[in-house]
Design a protein around this ligand. Sequence first.
Ligand SMILES: *Cc1c(COP(=O)(O)O)cnc(C)c1O
Length: 454
Amino acid sequence: MSNKRKRFMLAEEEIPRYWYNIQADMANKPLPPLNPATHEPLKPEDLYPIFAEELCRQELNQTDEWIEIPEPVREMYKYYRSTPLVRAYGLEEALGTPAHIYFKNESVSPMGSHKLNSALAQAYYCKQEGVTNVTTETGAGQWGAALSYAARLFGLEAAVYQVKISYEQKPYRRSIMQTYGAQVTPSPSMSTRAGKDILTVNPNYQGSLGTAISEAIELARTTPNCKYTLGSVLSHVSLHQTVIGLEAEKQMELAGEYPDMIIACFGGGSNFGGIAFPFMRHTILEGKQTRYIAAEPASCPKLTRGKFHYDFGDEAGYTPLLPMFTLGHNFAPAHIHAGGLRYHGAGVIVSQLLKDKLMEAVDIQQLESFEAGCLFARAEGIIPAPESCHAIAATIREAKKCKETGEEKVILFNLSGHGLIDMASYDKYLAGDLVNYELSDQEIEKNLEEIDKL
Ligand SMILES: *Cc1c(COP(=O)(O)O)cnc(C)c1O
């Protein structure tokens, strides 16, 4: 046996007791969300009708650097945390790179992705505040599955709107949600005004996250004791996800290295923020030189080709106006197989960080992402989620650069989930049936003009 260590784990006592709130340390704080009617900055109370109150306070908290993880949530974290930090020797060898590649394996949660880290917290606060029902939207079904399970654990009823194309393409995620006892409705549906408005104009509309969000918010607003929950984009979601990076920080210490680059795929920014923010704390406070790279799909390029502007978080315009990098709330992303990345905007924290050049973004085409996923699967044994394949593709690009220059850079990426329930997508890739999507500048401009009027 060589003494090369493959996996770095933490004992249960070392699971973090606090989440890290990067807003407290940012020199330029995110701009406030605005009431769309009055354009007044939002106060936490304005969000109480939609979200659990504690989550509203966390959302707008720009002063407390550390927020205590409630004990019942930490107890549930023990079911699957810490997640392993793994040195990707297999991938390094396959690439012939001198880079040291590490990944944080969030695919080991019972749901197969990082989403449970926030679902547990959100369900807990809802229960604490006397809520009985929760609702949400889901694309590929990762968030819906996580919320369904968390709701079950804390004794809440869950109603999930699933983007119609995913409801049809990913039947097993629907079964998972139903196994945990959730009600699942394909979106757009005729059960909400938002859904009806879209279906009467376009009966064949295959749905989008933006539409499903509108439906879930409408249900929460019109149902007593029902709160809405969101699996990404919002600041309190990335707050909860910082358990990933806080663990990784300790685990990298065990490995005796510090990352030069941190890479994650990007849908709304929660797994990226989760792994990056605790390290970025050292960049902000101590000037530590680390690159933070978000990998988004070329077909939904809000970070690389979108605009920093106030926009709605959903299609129907039910949310507050959020200052974010966006493609416009009417942008309809192509039906790529990484459903969790098909969202028009980015969270307000990451948007501010990108604007301030504290982080970078790259875009990845669908074929490159699956090619990277297959290479990783063959080298490390884990079949990555189509979303996570984007992080792997960006990692491979950087590792190849190291091969050219001979530099032994340390790269840490987040494996946000496994792809074992996404094999229909791999089937299509292996059969040569997947394509890249080219987005013209005109297509992007069209939706951006709309938001100039907001
Ligand atoms: C939802 C999801 C994502 C994208 O969401 P973020 O909030 O950007 O992290 C990425 N990977 C997996 C596996 C997901 O389920």
